[in-house]
Design a protein around this ligand. Structure first.
Ligand code: GLA
Length: 632
């Protein structure tokens, strides 16, 4: 079938759905940027959340105690702004009008002289202190603590119906209450309610909770109903827009990397969890870090990857483990992760407050260019992360994952700086300055992360490679049609399950997504034997949206990557500017020399890079946008 006929038959199929064939073809240029931009998270959100410190046992004194410490220690001035209440705040949903009732015994300011308890006095107080306030709910009828909590501490009370405190069937009513009535500025939406209350779940069989068919299976994308999950979030977004006409709100998606959310969370929320919960042990931190670190193209201003809250202050990240605590913080800063403190700050020792307060690392996290770090060197032992900053400097982290010291060589190449000119380094932990030409060596201690700000002479004098600006590149369609679990994520022993069951098998979909300076399967970018140190690796049948911040020329060397298993499949490459065709390639197959694709892009706001496979052979074909760059 020709492409035109395929689109025509799609149009016929869609006739009754109100969708046009144009919206169905994910490769058709739109001239627009489609990742989420609404909300207040133009920079990664910073603040505090109650969960890691207190679990369900949150109360007003604990919350305000930490908020006050954020003010008193100067952390507020450094950017920590959100004070977020997690699970444990609710008493019940009143039957009759369905209104949520606060556990006012734990939040005394919520008692009203007349009427129902309200969080308005608490949010007023937080706002007066200069903070933003966040609340917590669930997509289903019930929350995570109702599914998993061992004890009864601060779980909702009353009849089965009264204990149904989640958003399911009440999302507009609840969001109005949270934002319009109570004055919250942020919401974290969990997903246990659409996962853990199936008819065969123990707490459902015992009559504690009502059954709800699962929409999410954490271990299987094919058993998850992705459109249904997205539809629930679409409802939430409509209500958030309705009750926050000023757009000042933050939506935190918390479905732990399930249902392929690592690929689409960027289109829906301000931050989106890429993995299951962090716990205060090194292995678990690695799991959560790995779930986000290769997803740089899936994070942008307004929609960030969330590898979960900081667990600095406990276990492997307590004051006796400053190396680990510093690594955890530095890695989160480099990945543009939300910096949400999860410690009881009333008792947090000064050396850990100093970690949270490292202004140089905060500046890296909050850099206005919004580029998540990419991996310049990758191995199971040591990794080198590089983040392009707004002024052209690089932040570079040398991260030793293991238990033996590593002699790491940092090269000018890693930084995409010229090897024949001096590179200056400023150590973001010690402030020490140094410089080198070509390369330099560091001994990195076990579990240590050494971070520098680096300046030098750019290899590409007149522009930026697209892989240096992932914050401006959005894989609107990444070509992944059969979401497969990502095998590169460290498989730790989850603290809550220990070694029961069969262990952690690969479960986070997203393998084969767009990558910086590597193929979608994490190999070197190579076309017809020529390797590209810079570029984007993506599967065919993909469309990348690129924001152009004043550059005048686009250039790339395009081709099917040598790693493609299908040597016959031909792919054509197209470049569009604000929706209009600018350039295209001949059909190319594996082994064909890369072709130049270039165009004048002066005045164009959004470029689109499309790689379209001819016909329908159905094999996933990695393609390479070698040296893809925007030039001055
Ligand atoms: C889930 C989330 C956590 C926390 C708890 C609360 O496990 O992933 O971050 O919100 O629920 O019960």
């Amino acid at each position: 079938m020709t492409l035109r006929r395929a689109l025509l038959s799609l149009a016929v199929l869609c006739a009754g759905t109100g969708l046009s064939a144009q919206t169905i073809d994910p490769l058709a240029p739109t001239g627009a940027w489609s990742a989420n931009q609404v909300g207040s998270a133009q920079l990664p959100p910073m603040g505090w959340n109650s969960w890691n410190a207190f679990f369900t046992e949150i109360d007003e004194e604990k919350l305000l105690g930490s908020a006050q410490r954020i003010l008193d220690t100067g952390l507020a001035k450094k950017g920590y702004r959100f004070i977020n209440i997690d699970d444990g705040w609710w008493l019940k949903r009143r039957t009759g009008d369905g209104k949520l009732i606060i556990r006012a015994d734990k939040f005394p300011s919520a008692w009203m002289k007349r009427g129902d308890p309200s969080f308005r006095p608490l949010t007023d107080k937080l706002h007066a202190m200069g903070f933003k306030a966040g609340i917590y709910s669930d997509l289903g009828r019930n929350s995570c603590s109702q599914a998993y909590s061992d004890g009864p501490a601060q779980l909702p009370e009353g009849t089965m119906a009264e204990r149904e405190v989640g958003l399911y069937g009440h999302s507009d009513q609840d969001i109005r209450l949270f934002f319009a009535d109570w004055g919250f500025d942020a919401i974290k939406v969990d997903g246990c309610g659409i996962r853990a209350f199936t008819a065969d779940a123990e707490r459902v069989r015992s009559g504690q909770y009502r059954a709800l068919a699962a929409l999410i299976d954490q271990h299987s994308v094919t058993r998850s109903n992705v459109p249904a999950v997205k539809a629930l979030f679409a409802d939430i977004n409509r209500s958030l827009a309705r009750y926050n006409p000023d757009g000042d709100y933050m939506l935190s998606l918390c479905i732990w990397g399930s249902a392929n959310v690592r690929s689409w969370g960027k289109d829906v929320g301000s931050i989106s969890r890429t993995s299951d919960d962090i716990s205060p042990d090194w292995g678990r931190m690695l799991t959560n870090y790995d779930s986000a670190v290769r997803r740089a193209f899936y994070a942008h201003p307004g929609s960030w990857n969330d590898p979960d809250m900081l667990f600095i202050g406990k276990g492997d990240f307590d004051v006796n483990h400053l190396t680990e605590a510093r690594s955890h913080f530095a890695l989160w800063a480099m990945m543009n992760a939300p910096l949400l403190i999860g410690a009881d700050l009333r008792t947090t020792p000064q050396p850990l407050l100093d970690v949270f307060g490292n202004a140089a690392l905060i500046a890296v996290n909050q850099d206005p260019a919004g580029n998540q770090a990419t991996l310049a060197f990758d191995s199971d032992g040591l990794q080198i992360l590089v983040k392009t900053l707004a002024n052209g400097d690089k932040a570079v982290a040398l991260f030793n994952r293991g238990l033996a010291p590593v002699d790491a060589v940092l090269t000018a190449d890693h930084l995409k700086f010229r090897a024949d000119r001096a590179v200056t380094l400023s150590n973001l932990w010690t402030g020490a300055k140094s410089d080198f030409t070509k390369e330099t060596k560091f001994r990195i201690a076990p579990r240590e992360t050494v971070v520098f700000r680096a300046s030098g002479t750019r290899m590409l004098a007149d522009g930026l490679y697209l892989s240096e600006q992932p914050g401006a590149v959005n894989p609107a369609a990444d070509g992944v049609v059969q979401p497969e679990p990502d095998p590169t994520i460290y498989r730790s022993i989850p603290g809550w399950r220990g070694t029961r069951g069969i262990g952690e098998r690969p479960m986070y979909a997203g393998w084969g997504g767009a990558m910086a300076d590597a193929t979608p399967y994490n190999q070197a970018l190579t076309v017809a034997g020529r390797t590209y140190g810079a570029g984007i690796g993506i599967l065919a049948n993909s469309r990348l949206e690129v924001r152009n911040a004043g550059f005048v020329r686009f250039s790339a060397q395009v081709g099917v990557d040598d790693s493609a298993l299908d040597g016959e499949q031909t792919v054509r490459f197209y470049l569009y500017g604000d929706g209009k065709p600018l350039a295209s390639s001949a059909p190319l197959r594996r082994g064909a020399t890369a072709q130049p694709l270039e165009a004048d892009v002066k005045g164009i706001a959004v470029l689109e890079l499309v790689a379209r496979a001819d016909g329908a052979r159905g094999n996933a074909v990695p393609v390479t946008w070698g040296d893809a760059a925007l030039r001055r």
